[in-house]
Design a protein around this ligand. Sequence first.
Ligand SMILES: *Cc1c(COP(=O)(O)O)cnc(C)c1O
Ligand SMILES: [Zn+2]
Length: 412
Amino acid sequence: MKKIKTLQCIHCGKDHKLTETNYNCTACGGNLQVLYDYNLIKKRLNYEVLQDNPERSIWRYLDILPVSSIRHVPPVQVGWTPLYRAEKLGDEAGVNNLYIKDEGRNPSASFKDRASAVVTARALELEEKVITTASTGNAASSLACLTGSLDMRTMIFVPETAPQAKVAQLLVFGATVIMVKGTYDDAFDLCLKASQEYGWYNRSTGINPFTREGKKTCAFEICEQLKWETPDKVFVPVGDGNIISGIWKGFVEFHRLGIIERLPQLVAVQAEHSDSIKRAFETGTDVQPVSGKTVADSISVSLPRDGMAAVMAIKDSGGFAVSVTDAEILAAIPRIARGSNVFAEPAAAATYAGLLKAVKEGKVKENESVVLLITGNGLKDIQSAMKSVGKPHLITPTMDDLKKLVADNKLA
Ligand SMILES: *Cc1c(COP(=O)(O)O)cnc(C)c1O
Ligand SMILES: [Zn+2]
């Protein structure tokens, strides 16, 4: 692929050819980033070309993705999710220009489809027969969804605590589900060993350099949907740190191609006990493991797999990190729903909890434009959602019972 210049190690800087490795740095094991021939891409991809492009999916950015052609990609629409102006929710937070990027509108109902689509397309080009991933739930359901109709076996490793809806997705799409008695980190290590032992193609975050390539497309869309304006701040829920580093890469690449004029600040939102990246960013030390315990399963990570790139993204963007409690996360679910009509899963709702905290601490000014990445749909984890709301009224189907409710003023 002529457009790709190198797979460069973010740790030691070693360059690799595309054919040299599918995964990490061959010298130090660090995570790789894909660097392109930006002068070549500049000739094909610019503001005019994009404006005339009728493709409404991540494949409108094929010129800057590590895939040669899209002849064989799964026929579902990944990306080009709506960006809503959330006026009421913004008023409540004290922010005048608040936007919601509704990633729950992807085929498997989470942001992860962007990464899975690119990795699946790559696996097809490599003519892989078996693909595998470890996941807290969404990366897995996304991969299962996108490979569902393909002639490729999908082997999934998830912790036994994965929310039921996500497990249902895996089984419905026909993946082989290996449920691990342990954490996401345990599932991750076992998946890695299995892929080495059996030669399965590994999609896992922090192993496969192409997940970040899919994830960056969300930043491209935000720029286009804001009519080529850059938002002041983007709030990103952070577990492994691959979304935030991907989003950053997307903004940097559009800037480098001359498509946007300035870069946003990124705000990493983590759960209180799953805050390894926040700690590393604030103390300037290496990324260290934490307990990882939180109700927000999608950001429940002990040792982040793309932590270094995430810390660099926060730092380079001049952003900051904020942590929120499980109670704040759960409370944010109905508030987002009632303020913007979008049902978020706990990890996604964490962004709004983080915004409230940042506003309170004076870190967001009222006239700044702010985008919240709502990374997953609320139907993926209704057990958590139900904790944040009241109970329905159960009555017999009679006017008598209904009238009692009205008389008790319970229907207000
Ligand atoms: C995976 C995921 C995240 C976190 O992404 P990382 O790359 O692990 O930081 C946030 N929200 C949802 C819904 C996710 O599925
Ligand atoms: Zn290296």
